[in-house]
Design a protein around this ligand. Structure first.
Ligand SMILES: NC(=O)NC(NC(N)=O)C(=O)[O-]
Ligand SMILES: [Zn+2]
Ligand SMILES: [Zn+2]
Length: 458
């Protein structure tokens, strides 16, 4: 008789192209068998009748700020939060920790922290900043997922935005390394100019903040980056795109054969500028939450399949950095805390707008895995890593301080009710979250390196 570690029976299994009611058997961290009425001996059996089994979410955009600013989040609480949200892999951004991930030494230091503290698997981005083009090769050879640069001020003095010559040189180098450059695309010239103008006049309300980072700033930056991609042949990934006009430009570039992908974040789809007016700095991010009519356009683009993937851009800070008693909106930390909720948010949208559930799996797992070359992840299939998120659509989930696992509890999502709940998360065959509880037992996730770099350790 076959021997397995787990058998999960009767669930609606979300495969790349269809959802089927069937059983899964898991052994040694991988999916060993898919089929009806699987039998055999196993340590644990779960009846998933009525529940949906998604591939574990891969969030390519989080800021856990470890080492150096782990008081803002850190790998431990950050990875717990991912697990509670059905996340089995995340890619940590190269800024906000100390040091920034801009050379090999910093990469190894961060990886050591991640390996010691992360509950689930993770990848690491390297940074492109003025002066470090010579470091990119070493970063690529040692397993960064790709590179990240800011076209506008990053909000963090330790991570300088790229000037145009650095961007071109960096893109040329990244193209030769066969890697992807992720860009925060807002024009520094426009946002700096408007921010200065507003602040000098003492105009620091939510409406002023929105006006200081207009859609045209995103469009200009995307346009310039796409032009440079044509010059250098560099592959691009646009993070947190917030406007339909920018998506249209990216669509055009794709049609011309440019290798470019685009993400938006769950918060641009679920919330809008009214939330900034109402809730203040917990709803502050850059680019800003847009007006409701733009939010509606973004949802339409989601339905039409124009986004390649959806991320959280989880970028928390201690509440003191967002406190209206000490910081007006322009000076408050910009970043949304919500890494736990991307899968729930996408299922909410899927239910509301009748988006096929297979599309949710592609946006949150299939597409990130194939874009960033994680060959054993991203879909449910025999031989793939047993990374799973089991979700109930019969239960709802209301965010409270007790069930939000991030270090700081202030979030735009506080009090939000999703029409679904994560019941269990499994990373490489280990249950890491079940029925409201993190299951740690000292298991640690792996530092993932893409494609041909996978075998390169330390
Ligand atoms: N320094 C940050 O973490 N910034 C982040 N903040 C946002 N999006 O408001 C980001 O991704 O740009
Ligand atoms: Zn950004
Ligand atoms: Zn970010």
């Amino acid at each position: 008789m076959a021997q397995y570690d787990h058998i999960i029976q009767n669930g609606f299994v979300v495969l790349p192209d269809e959802v089927i009611k069937t059983d899964l058997a898991i052994k040694d961290g991988v999916i060993a068998e898919i089929g009806n009425k699987l039998s055999g001996t196993c340590k644990e059996e779960r009846d998933a009748e009525g529940e949906y089994i998604f591939p574990g979410m891969i969030d390519v955009h989080v800021h856990f700020n470890d080492p150096g600013r782990d008081s803002w989040e850190g790998f431990e609480t950050g990875s717990n939060m991912m697990a509670a949200g059905g996340g089995t892999t995340y890619f940590d951004m190269p800024l906000n920790g100390i040091p920034s991930t801009v050379n090999k030494t910093a990469l190894f230091e961060k990886a050591a922290h991640g390996k010691a503290k992360s509950l689930v698997d993770f990848g690491l981005w390297g940074g492109l900043v003025p002066g470090n083009v010579g470091e990119l090769k070493g970063l690529a050879e040692n397993g960064v997922i790709g590179f990240k640069a800011f076209l506008s001020d990053s909000g963090n003095e330790d991570f300088e935005r790229v000037d145009d010559p650095t961007l071109l040189e960096g893109m040329k180098e990244i193209a030769s390394l066969n890697k992807i450059l992720a860009l925060h695309a807002e024009s520094a010239a426009i946002t700096d100019f408007l921010t200065k103008e507003k602040k000098e006049l003492g105009l620091v309300t939510a409406d002023d903040y929105l006006a200081s980072r207009p859609i045209i700033a995103e469009v200009e930056a995307v346009d310039r980056a796409l032009s440079y991609a044509k010059v250098t042949g560099c592959s691009l990934h646009f993070v947190h795109i917030s406007s339909a006009a920018a998506v249209e430009q990216i669509e055009k570039a794709k049609a011309e054969g440019i290798d470019v992908s685009v993400e938006t974040c769950a918060h641009y789809l679920l919330f809008n500028h009214d939330d900034l007016v109402e809730k203040g700095a917990v709803a502050k991010c850059a680019p800003p939450l847009r007006e409701k009519r733009e939010q509606e356009k973004l949802i339409r683009l989601l339905i039409d399949g124009k986004f390649d993937m959806i991320t959280s851009d989880h970028s928390p800070s201690p509440y003191s950095m967002k406190d209206p008693a000490t910081h007006h909106l322009f000076d408050a930390w910009g970043g949304i805390s919500g890494g736990q909720f991307t899968l729930l948010a996408l299922i909410e949208l899927a239910v509301q707008y009748r988006i096929p559930i297979t599309k949710v799996a592609r946006l949150l797992a299939g597409a990130p895995a194939s874009r960033f070359d994680l060959v054993s992840k991203g879909k449910i299939g025999v031989g793939m890593d047993a990374d799973l998120a089991i979700v109930s659509l019969e239960e709802s989930f209301t965010v409270t301080e007790d069930n939000f696992f991030a270090k700081h509890k202030q979030s735009i999502y506080m009090g939000h009710t999703f029409p679904c709940a994560i019941k269990l998360t499994m990373n490489k065959g280990s249950i890491v979250y079940e029925n409201g509880k993190i299951i740690d037992e000292n298991r640690r996730g792996k530092w993932l390196k893409p494609g041909k770099y996978q075998m390169n350790t330390p």
